[in-house]
Design a protein around this ligand. Structure first.
Ligand code: BES
Ligand code: ZN
Length: 457
């Protein structure tokens, strides 16, 4: 049977698949830092070449930012799937916390098995290569793909996807398919394959509060002079009340209560709150009172300060009264929350804290609403069945606390339903030092796509 032949090919070709991934991981494609633009280009070229080598008609498409990669295969019958992944990665700092250089990717033995270590190994190069390798195996073992496959790789996902919407609008006809497959999420538990049905949206804001015309001596001026750090921290401190709720005007407009059926499904998941928090040195959930950890992560909105700076932060001590203070703040959105209204409400909140002699500058960093998937599309049960055949446990439907803007855009701009399936684990340290992808995720991820492609046909 051809499925068995293809799976056997995946197993036999593991070392080569790993070598290809390591090559891609060595490319320093950090999208947010313009200094790495040439490396983003190099990653796109690498992918184009690799896709061509397995018979795709692949091309790099320029954008005002980093290029997209689009590929089509020569098979035109069967369900048409559009696979999405992103080749860009997060910055590597703090560099000193990495045990090895972030782009010197390698396989390591750990007490929990072998892992592929390096920036992007899990988010998202390792994941996107699970799909490419599945296509390669189908071609190598049977000479063709079981269904009609196109591929769409982005290079700006980690930096707010500024070119994505215009690109999708301009190329809507070419991007049309029966279902979009996205491999950029994780598994709820190491043996339980997970299909994400709800993604949170994101609003990012950078703010700078300005006071005195220059840095001052805090003895000479402290008292009469307003301190922008004081203003900033008061305003940010007032973003939450004592029950963990966000205080912005209208923040909860459009936030739905979880339907009882989904609440029941989540209750039945094998999710251990204490272990989830314990793994990162915590013990007490810090979100809204009366909500479970999974609700806090998957179905409730949040406000978080991601960075804050101002004054003197170097070695030793300096009695400075700073001229300005800044912060980066993000909001995760759910349901029908409107990103534009949330941004406006945040700006109004900060302005309401501004005393005389202070001014504020705002800079937006991308915004996307939450999205939820229509799981009555037949692809969902077909994929769940295929996943259940590969893994120890049955496939489950879960939420995701992260944001992947394209999932909503496939629906709104192209009219295609997205299905999110990924093999990352909670301890992969995505966006952090020592990012890893379990070799098991990589191998079984490839095998999963081999099966899903057959099931979607
Ligand atoms: N792969 C992640 C999304 C994700 C996070 C999935 C956690 C599963 C668990 C994605 O690449 C990502 O990090 N997205 C950013 C989006 C932002 C920069 C617009 C995010 O969620 O912060
Ligand atoms: Zn990602």
């Amino acid at each position: 049977m051809s499925l068995d032949k293809v799976l056997a090919h995946v197993d036999a070709d593991q070392d080569n698949a790993l070598a290809r991934l390591i090559e891609l991981l060595k490319i320093e494609s950090i999208s947010t830092d313009p200094a790495y633009a040439a490396e983003c280009n190099r990653a796109a070229d690498w992918l184009v070449d690799d896709l061509k080598s397995i018979g795709f008609e692949a091309s790099k498409r320029e954008t005002p930012g980093h290029p997209m990669v689009i590929a089509h295969n020569d098979k035109t019958d069967g369900t048409h799937v559009m696979f999405y992944g992103h080749y860009d990665v997060q910055p590597v700092d703090p560099l000193e916390l990495w045990d090895n250089p972030p782009f010197d990717a390698r396989v390591e033995d750990t007490p929990n098995g072998k892992v592929i270590r390096g920036r992007g190994s899990s988010d998202d190069k390792g994941q996107l290569m699970t799909f490419v390798e599945a296509c390669r195996a189908w071609k190598a073992a049977t000479g063709s793909l079981p269904t009609n496959v196109s591929i769409f790789f982005e290079g700006e996902e980690e930096s707010g996807s500024p070119s994505l919407v215009p690109f999708m609008k301009e190329n809507a006809a070419e991007l049309k398919s029966d279902v979009a497959l996205i491999c950029d999420t994780g598994m709820v538990e190491p043996n339980t394959p997970s299909i994400v049905t709800m993604l949170r949206g994101l609003v990012g804001e950078q703010i700078t509060i300005k006071g005195p015309s220059k840095d001052l001596h805090s003895g000479m001026y402290g008292g009469p002079s307003i301190n922008p750090i004081r203003v900033l921290t008061r305003a940010l401190g007032a973003l939450h009340d004592d029950t963990g709720r966000v205080t912005l005007d209208g923040f909860y407009d459009g936030v739905p209560e979880l339907p009882a059926q989904i609440a029941e499904q989540w209750k039945n998941l094998d999710f251990d709150e204490a272990r989830f928090l314990g793994d990162v040195g915590l013990s007490k959930p810090a979100g809204e009172n009366g909500r479970s950890v999974l609700e806090m992560l998957w179905s409730r909105p949040t406000a978080e300060v991601n960075g804050i700076w101002g004054g003197y932060t170097g070695e030793g001590f300096k009695t400075v009264l700073p001229a300005q203070a800044s912060a980066k703040v993000s909001f995760r959105l759910v349901g029908q929350q409107d990103p534009v209204k949330i941004r406006d409400a945040f700006r109004a909140h900060i302005e309401s804290f501004l005393p005389e002699d202070c001014s504020v500058e705002f800079h937006g960093h991308g915004n996307s609403g939450a999205s939820s998937m229509a799981i009555d599309h037949p692809a969902f049960e077909q994929a769940r069945g295929a996943l259940s055949d590969e893994w120890e446990n049955e496939g489950v439907f879960v939420g995701c606390g992260g944001s992947i803007p394209i999932a909503g855009h496939f629906q709104d701009i192209i009219g295609t339903q997205s299905m999110l399936i990924g093999f990352a684990q909670d301890d992969d340290s995505i966006h952090s030092p020592n990012e890893k992808y379990d070799l098991r995720s990589f191998h079984k991820g490839i095998r999963s796509w081999v099966r899903i492609l057959a099931a979607l046909n």
